[in-house]
Structure formats: structure tokens, C-alpha cells
Design a protein around this ligand. Structure first.
Ligand code: GLN
Length: 534
């Protein structure tokens, strides 16, 4: 029978609950257990796909085409397992499913209620994740903070699971904050006590507390928390601020959180294989050189909007022993400002244009691409970044002055980027992009082939528009190489300019498959080229 770890949060949001859940999962995996992860998000959107990244941060995409919370990116990077449609469940998804069932007549005769109908649906999502993954241990994080109106049905469902499965099969980790008050110079436990009381009011006694704190709490604080919260003193875990988030699993390992969980589950405590992770931390702490990568985007005020891209850059940096400093460039400002581009990119070794939607800031991104192309600066374009690289080339090299995308210029004369034919009849915006894994065939003797060293690759997608094949011969004639193609639908997946040192762009999102110990091939070669460019 599967075991369940539930991770809740209290006091404030943004404590790093996702990293805590991922770290616990990594430790359990390192002890030989098969783990799977899942996140509940209490908002009403069916998924975050329709939200503005400034509200929500990046939308992470699973291989099976689900648009999910960015925490799933952390999960995949830590546990190195591909997650799926069972891994991110929102209130919207739960309500929609219950209401659809009601209309279908599945509950004929019944009054449909929060308990048991909504809570049963939530419990079923936990069991579905467990059954379909076949994991020994499923780790479920509950978004938001305990006490929020929205998360109550989730907490109630977890209470029922605890009752049904018993405490030898369930383990509750509650993440809270221990603030330090300047003046009296003390760490304070009261917010944690209050938050645990809220949780207990809903019928759940946490098995462990993970306390975010600026420095180690010490025995006195731990004993106080233990007494007030009914948690054994050794189950009070410090989560001290770190400069590198990949250190956290090791910090928890030193405090034996995994052993505590396995003991409660009655599972054997096998040896933890963590050498690879310790080596990673050592690498991160000892990076020799630094390079600057310019990331030109529209949502740069919130770095979380490009979380996986930033992580993927860092991962490649670990391999090449360089610390990556990202120069976050607002594409709208770049569009408006008169400042010379040589000034803007003065210290830049590589330029990256990531994905995006809508017309804002487009010309600024195109300016950056022109600069990369004309000055032979290593360039990586992702999704919208590829579409714009093609538009830039069409306009400035092929002389197709009005080349554009129908996304931001619906009546343009030369729609180099256009709606995919199967998108023309789409009316609903949610969940209807080209999503998830699609195959791409690579042409030999190209940069792409050299990076992947494979003929066929699978990459994750999230877009509605595509390259318009009508223009292919003209661009090819001027030297653009279409090195990756989805043969089934004849869609352009990768383009490159072989006359330059390193100029490549892809229609998919390589950042989602990058791992700290295994950088993605496209990021790997981009950082290698950027380092050489220094
Ligand atoms: N907006 C573009 C499209 O829909 C690109 C999407 C993206 O960059 N993720 O095709």
C-alpha cells in the first residue's frame, strides 16, 4: 500500500513549501523508494494556463500536455521524474468535474455538497496519482496557507485520508515561519503556534514542523514548539535561509527528516545515496568564472515568470564551471529607449529571447535579435523567441519588410508566423494550445544534431502559432537552416544560422527538461558558446 506525505503551509506564503516538498521527495528517493509528487492549488482556474505570468509566475508544462504550477518544475528538477496530469489539481478542476458529473446524472437523487462530493473528488485525485504512478510514497503539497477560505475543502479531504489510512500511512509536514524581531533580538514562535492551532481546528495534528528561520532555532525554541504544537522535538526541523536552493535537501537530511518519515511508516531505512547531490552543491559553491546572459522578455519584473529558463541557464553553467549572471532586459523599454544597443549589451556574452504571448515588447525583442545576429553574439530563441528570429531574418536579410505574425499583426501582408490550421476553429482559450511532447527529427551536420547527438527527440510545447512553410525556400536561400522538423505535421521545430558562431532557436520549451545534474543540450551548447565568447 502506498504511503502519503502531505505538505501544508502556515503564517505566510512564499516560505518555499515547494522546495521543502521536493527535498523530502528527493531524500526518500535517494533511500531507494519510488516517489511521485502532486500539488493542489486552491484557486478556481482549471489550470494556470490562462493566467498572466506576472500574477502567477511561469506556467510549467508536463510531457502529457498539462499546464501547471511552477512548483512542478522544482519537483521535476529535484526528483528527476516526469510528472503528469495527476500532478496538479486546482479547485476549478475539482468543481468542474463534480458539476459535470452532477449534470450527467452520476449523483441522481443526492444533494451535491462540499462534504462528501467535493472532498471525495479531492481524495480520488490523491489515490489516482498513487495508483497511476505505482509510487511507494506520494508527496502532495497544498498551495496557499492554512486558514485560507479556498483551501478548506482540501484540508478536510486530507483529514479524511488520515482517518481512513491511519498515521502509519500518512505524514503531515507543516511549513511555517519563525520571524526574528530586531530590538528584542528574539526568534518568535507565536505565529507558528497559531498556525498549528488553525490546522488542529480542522482536525489535523502535524507530524513535523519545518520552520523557515534566518538562523538555527536551537533547543529552547524547538522544545517550546514541541510543547505548544504537540510535535516531538526531533520532528521540529530548521529551514535556515540558504544562498543556493539545492542545498536544502542536505540540510534536511542532516536533521533526519526522511528517517523520521520512514520510521512512522514502518519502512526500512535504507542507505541514502546522495553523493551526486553533494557533488552538485560543491560545484555550485565553487564556480570559477562568471558570464552575463541577457534575457530579453516582457515579464522581467517578476523573475519567476522565467523560472525554468533561469534554472536551465544555471544548470548549463554548473557543467561549464561558470556562474551565470542574468541581465534581465525589459523588451518594452528596449523598444522605446534611444540608448545604444552596444551600451545595453556591453557586458553580455549571450542573448536569450524566451517564450511569450501578445504584442507588447515585440519590437524590442526583434532589436535584440538583430543585434545578436549582426554582432555574432551567441543566441538562443525559445518559442516566441524562435518566431521572432524568423521574422527578423525575413525582414532584415530577405527583404520581406512586412513580415510578422498574425498573433500581433492579424492583417499583415507577409504572415511568416501564422495560426496552425487546427487552431483556426478553436474558441476556448484554456487548454487548447499545442501542448506537451511532440517528436522532432533532426537534420545531420547541424548545430542541433551536434547538440543532441540523436536523430529523433521529444520536447515539450506550448504555443498556438507556427512557422508558415510557404516562406521556407526564401529563407533557406538566404542561409537559414531548418534543422528540426516535426515530420508528421510538417512543422518547423528548430532553426539555425550556420554562418554565425552560435545562433539557434526552437519552437518548443527545452527549459522544462533541464536538470541540475544534467543540463539540456541546447542550454549546454549555448552556455559553452557564450563562455567562449568572453
Ligand atoms: N505566442 C506564441 C504562440 O502562441 C508563442 C508562445 C510561446 O512562446 N510559448 O505561438
Amino acid at each position: 500500500m502506498a504511503k502519503y506525505v502531505f505538505v501544508t503551509g502556515g503564517v505566510v506564503s512564499g516560505l518555499g513549501k515547494g522546495i521543502t516538498a521536493s527535498s523530502i521527495a528527493l531524500l526518500l528517493k535517494s533511500r531507494g523508494y519510488k516517489v511521485f509528487m502532486q500539488k493542489f492549488d486552491p484557486y478556481i482556474n482549471v489550470d494556470p494556463g490562462t493566467m498572466n505570468p506576472i500574477q502567477h509566475g511561469e506556467v510549467f508544462v508536463t510531457y502529457d500536455g498539462c499546464e501547471t504550477d511552477l512548483d512542478l518544475g522544482h519537483y521535476e528538477r529535484y526528483i528527476d521524474e516526469e510528472l503528469n496530469y495527476t500532478s496538479n489539481i486546482t479547485s476549478g478542476k475539482i468543481y468542474k468535474s463534480v458539476i459535470d458529473k452532477e449534470r450527467h446524472g452520476d449523483y441522481l437523487g443526492a444533494t451535491v455538497q462540499m462534504v462528501p462530493h467535493i472532498t471525495n473528488e479531492i481524495k480520488n485525485k490523491v489515490y489516482e496519482a498513487s495508483n497511476t504512478s505505482g509510487a511507494d510514497i506520494v508527496i502532495t503539497e497544498i498551495g496557499g496557507t492554512v486558514g485560507d477560505i479556498e483551501s478548506q475543502s482540501f484540508i478536510e479531504a486530507l483529514r479524511q485520508i488520515q482517518y481512513e489510512k491511519g498515521s502509519s500511512n500518512t505524514f503531515f509536514v507543516h511549513c511555517t515561519l519563525i520571524p526574528f524581531i530586531y530590538g528584542s533580538n528574539e526568534l518568535k514562535t507565536k505565529p507558528t503556534q497559531n498556525s498549528v492551532r488553525d490546522l488542529r481546528n480542522m482536525g489535523i495534528r502535524p507530524d513535523a514542523l519545518v520552520c523557515r528561520t534566518p538562523f538555527s532555532t536551537g533547543e529552547h525554541i524547538k522544545e517550546k514548539l514541541s510543547l505548544f504544537c504537540s510535535v516531538p522535538v526531533e520532528n521540529v526541523i530548521d529551514s535556515v535561509d540558504v544562498k543556493n536552493i539545492y542545498e536544502i535537501p542536505i540540510k534536511y537530511y542532516e536533521q533526519k527528516i526522511d528517517e523520521i518519515i520512514l520510521k512512522q511508516f514502518g519502512l526500512p531505512i535504507k542507505e541514502a545515496k546522495l553523493d551526486y547531490w553533494k557533488k552538485l552543491i560543491k560545484t555550485v559553491d565553487n564556480l570559477k568564472e562568471e558570464i552575463e546572459i541577457a534575457l530579453v522578455g516582457k515579464y522581467v519584473e517578476l523573475h519567476d515568470a522565467y523560472l525554468s529558463v533561469a534554472e536551465a541557464l544555471k544548470h548549463a553553467g554548473y557543467k561549464h564551471n561558470v556562474k551565470i549572471n542574468i541581465n534581465w532586459i525589459d523588451s518594452e523599454e528596449l523598444e522605446k529607449q534611444d540608448k545604444k544597443l552596444e551600451e545595453v549589451f556591453k557586458n553580455t556574452q549571450g542573448i536569450l529571447v524566451p517564450g511569450g504571448f501578445g504584442s507588447r515588447g515585440i519590437e524590442g525583442k526583434i532589436k535584440a535579435i538583430t543585434y545578436a545576429r549582426e554582432n555574432n553574439i551567441p543566441f538562443l530563441g525559445i518559442c516566441l523567441g524562435m518566431q521572432l528570429a524568423v521574422i527578423e531574418f525575413a525582414r532584415n536579410v530577405c527583404g520581406i519588410r512586412e513580415a510578422s505574425s498574425t498573433e500581433f499583426s492579424p492583417t499583415c501582408k507577409d504572415p511568416i508566423i501564422d495560426l496552425m490550421s487546427d487552431q483556426k476553429s478553436v474558441v476556448n482559450m484554456g487548454g487548447t494550445l499545442r501542448l506537451g511532447n511532440y517528436e522532432c527529427t533532426l537534420q545531420e551536420n547541424t548545430l542541433a544534431y551536434n547538440d543532441y547527438k540523436a536523430k529523433k527527440i521529444l520536447e515539450r510545447h506550448r504555443h498556438r502559432y507556427e512557422f508558415n512553410n510557404k516562406y521556407r525556400p526564401i529563407l533557406e536561400d538566404k542561409g537559414m537552416v531548418f534543422s528540426g522538423i516535426n515530420e508528421k505535421a510538417n512543422l518547423v521545430e528548430i532553426i539555425e544560422l550556420p554562418n554565425l558562431k552560435h545562433f539557434i532557436a526552437c519552437q518548443f520549451h527545452p527549459e522544462f527538461k533541464s536538470r541540475p545534474t544534467r543540463p539540456h543540450p541546447l542550454f549546454d551548447s549555448f552556455i559553452k558558446a557564450s563562455k567562449e565568447n568572453k
